[in-house]
Ligand binder design. Structure first.
Ligand SMILES: [Fe+2]
Ligand SMILES: [Fe+2]
Length: 340
């Protein structure tokens, strides 16, 4: 063994690394519960390719029904398929801010799960409407309406992404995670409802599995927030109130129907959206009725309200669902951060 080289006067200290930076490496564990959830997420991972796809036969549906299902999954993809990129960015940020190791790992596991949810949108659309969401040529008025609505939807998805990309570094963990928590609450509510509503074995298994993932995501968000909420300032509290209203406005597109305040849509959008959703409903996808959706959303909102009010965060007014609270006026894309 060669002798060590030790300089006279001792080793030179390495330069301090300017932060934020992912270095120096360390694996601090402060929240055992998060580490346990991460372990569970690895054991319960599933493969969308293994769903019984042979049982999803385009011939079992009318053209309108196939179009309706494709439309619903295109709307879902506006949310679920932004998940991988949104959480990948949050993961990088958690590394740069040296969050404890289980936080980074849990973000990564959400990224992994969301990639599966995106794959479900992709595979369903590929089977029932090749070229969908947008790379196909519509031939009827109904098809033109669907194609055009999807284009407008993704215009808004694009505005959301620009806002999120600009805002993610500015928000502290509790602000970011209250919004994520709302998204996960919405997602678990949606998929629980769809899983009971659908008549189709492929969609039933898909929605059950996604719903289970979303419940785990909700658990992750809640665990992180229990650590973060005690240190809230009043400024952060009122920012969170705004974010909750923003979450409602954004997520209503898939949970219910889009209210004003963020969405840039042509005047005919909502009417055609309803027609297309009716075709998806008619196909046995499990899309709940307008009233059932509103009731589910109201219940989810009441849960979120009970959680945040424990920490002195006021709930925004949601007049669309007869929920009273603090008036929140204008919302711009940077206010919108929830994902599924
Ligand atoms: Fe999720
Ligand atoms: Fe998801």
């Amino acid at each position: 063994m060669a002798d060590l080289s030790i300089p006279e006067g001792g080793f030179w200290p390495a330069p301090e690394i300017p932060q934020p930076n992912i270095y120096p490496m360390e694996w601090r564990v402060e929240t055992g519960k998060l580490a346990a959830i991460y372990e569970k997420s690895k054991r319960t991972v599933w493969n969308p390719a293994d769903l019984p796809w042979d049982g999803l036969d385009p011939g079992d549906f009318t053209v309108e029904q196939r179009l309706g299902i494709m439309y619903w999954f295109s709307v879902l993809a506006n949310f679920d398929a932004s998940g991988p990129a949104v959480f990948a960015r949050a993961t990088i940020q958690a590394f740069e801010k040296h969050e404890e190791d289980p936080v980074r790992k849990c973000f990564f596991s959400i990224t992994r799960d969301e990639m599966n949810h995106e794959e479900c949108c992709q595979r369903t659309i590929a089977r029932l409407w090749p070229g969908g969401p947008l790379d196909w040529v519509p031939a009827t008025d109904l098809e033109r309406a669907a194609h055009n609505n999807i284009g407008w939807l993704y215009h808004n998805g694009g505005r959301y992404w620009t806002g999120y990309s600009g805002a993610v570094g500015k928000y502290s963990l509790p602000v970011l995670f209250t919004s994520f928590m709302m998204g996960e609450m919405a997602a678990s509510t949606l998929f629980r409802g769809m899983a009971t509503g659908t008549e189709h074995p492929v969609f039933s298994e898909m929605f059950h599995r996604i719903g289970r993932d979303e419940s785990r995501h909700l658990q992750i968000c809640m665990t992180i927030l229990e650590n973060e909420w005690p240190g809230l300032t009043d400024d952060t509290r009122s920012l969170i109130t705004r974010q909750l209203r923003a979450g409602f406005v954004f997520l209503s597109m898939i949970l219910w129907e889009p209210p004003g305040g963020f969405w840039e849509l042509p005047p005919y959008f909502l009417h055609n959206h309803r027609v297309l959703m009716d075709h998806a409903r008619d196909a046995g996808l499990g899309v709940l009725s307008y009233e059932e959706q509103a009731e589910n959303w109201r219940v989810a909102m009441a849960r979120i309200r009970a959680i945040v009010e424990r920490w002195g965060i006021e709930f925004p007014a949601i007049p669309e669902l007869d929920i009273e609270g603090v008036e929140v006026d204008f919302l711009d894309p940077e206010d919108i951060i929830p994902v599924f």
